[in-house]
Design a protein around this ligand. Structure first.
Ligand SMILES: *Cc1c(COP(=O)(O)O)cnc(C)c1O
Length: 377
């Protein structure tokens, strides 16, 4: 484990590594086991493969060090097969019939499906947009406040500390979907949240080849309920995915630094273009989210969003790009972009583009984007 004062790069390359042992690898390979040798009375740590796996244990320690570097022992992490598995685990393990929950109205596009399921189980669902503190008027009698900041795809930001204070004063727990920021961009537990939840399919693993999610929390009882939910639903990551994720953490700092710098450079280049409206990047000094983002985030993420005049122009723009794949998801080392309206569900204009900035050379990427914009003029 790295010292609490270590830098992000040092922590990223060492996170979760076991004590060095002669003839053992630095990062042990994936452990493939449905069951473990277990003579006599059954007791942990490793009994059956749906309950625990040593490869998860190392990854969970690593993510815990990144989410709570000041107190990694005091926080626990549970990894899941996907971000949605992690989100569902918090919602369904912490809420029961008769409870009320406040969800973002402008968050991840699967949340409306979750909302239907929560309602079917007798949980009252209220919604509020991410920006503007509208959550405050929905908190009375609520059991859980769910925040997604920056929100996907609108990139609005809310003041986590302020909302946590208000929620805790009313007895409500707070969970933050930290997918877009990653723990190098923002540490929700340090801002007072009870749960930091993420889809690690995105920036945390960063190569577009693994689905994974995690939940980090300080309260052992609440985390035990989340772990129990994983066992009940079997929403477990494969050992290979867990190992790939751990291996990817070694480059997290390098990737995030490069991608955030590229995202800012792209946003600055787009800001001067007449066909671009509604440009959003929380790291851009003039962005409406910037003041709150600057106060609680350490890096501003790899996603830039903007609107082109119409659907046709947005489609041609995506078709013209040579270094940027037309694909969904975000946070990967290869730039991708998509016209978000093609999915339905998000309240965005037809020409709205969500751009996930990769680790290319910024000159090449920006030249490609400006060339594609010129081509659709
Ligand atoms: C992608 C995403 C999810 C869902 O993650 P999966 O790994 O696809 O299940 C949840 N929240 C946000 C903000 C996301 O971007």
């Amino acid at each position: 484990m790295t010292e609490p004062g270590a830098g992000d790069g040092t922590r990223a390359v060492r996170a979760g590594l076991p004590e060095p042992r002669k003839y053992e690898p630095t990062l042990p390979g994936p452990v493939f086991a449905a069951h473990y040798h277990l003579p006599g009375e059954p007791s942990g740590p490793y009994t059956y493969g749906r309950d625990e796996n040593p490869t998860w244990t190392l990854l969970e320690r690593a993510i815990g060090e990144l989410e709570a570097p000041d107190d990694p022992e005091g926080a626990g992490t549970v990894v899941f097969a996907s971000g949605m598995a992690a989100i569902s685990a918090v919602l369904f393990s912490q809420l029961s019939a008769g409870d009320a929950v406040v969800l973002p109205s402008d968050g991840y596009q699967a949340l409306p499906l979750v909302r239907e399921q929560l309602t079917a189980y007798g949980i009252e669902v209220r919604t509020a947009p991410t920006g503007g503190d509208a959550q405050l008027s929905e908190l009375d009698g609520a059991r859980l406040l769910w925040l997604e900041t920056p929100s996907n795809p609108g990139l609005d930001v809310c003041d986590v500390r302020r909302l946590v204070t208000a929620a805790h004063a009313r007895g409500a727990l707070v969970a933050v979907d930290n997918t877009l920021a990653t723990p190098l961009g923002q540490r929700p537990l340090e801002l007072g949240a009870d749960f930091s939840v993420a889809s690690d399919t995105k920036g945390l693993t960063g190569h577009g080849d693994v689905l994974l999610g995690h939940v980090t929390a300080r309260d052992g009882g609440r985390l035990a309920a989340v772990r129990r939910w994983r066992k009940i639903t079997g929403a477990i990551p494969g050992p290979m995915e867990a190992w790939l994720a751990h291996r990817s953490l070694a480059t997290l700092h390098l990737r995030v630094e490069r991608q955030c710098a590229n995202a800012l450079a792209l946003a600055e280049a787009l800001a001067g273009r007449p066909e671009v409206t509604g440009l959003r990047y929380p790291g851009l000094p003039g962005d409406p989210s910037h003041p709150v983002a600057a106060a609680q985030m350490r890096r501003f993420g790899s996603v830039v969003s903007f609107t082109l005049p119409d659907r046709g122009r947005a489609e041609r723009f995506l078709g013209e790009l040579r270094l940027v794949d037309d694909a969904t998801s975000f946070g990967g080392v290869r730039s991708t972009a998509e016209r978000r309206g093609r999915w339905g569900g998000d309240a965005v204009p037809e020409g709205f583009v969500r751009f996930s900035v990769g680790a290319e050379d910024p000159e090449d990427l920006i030249a490609d984007v400006l060339r594609a914009l010129d081509a659709i003029a």
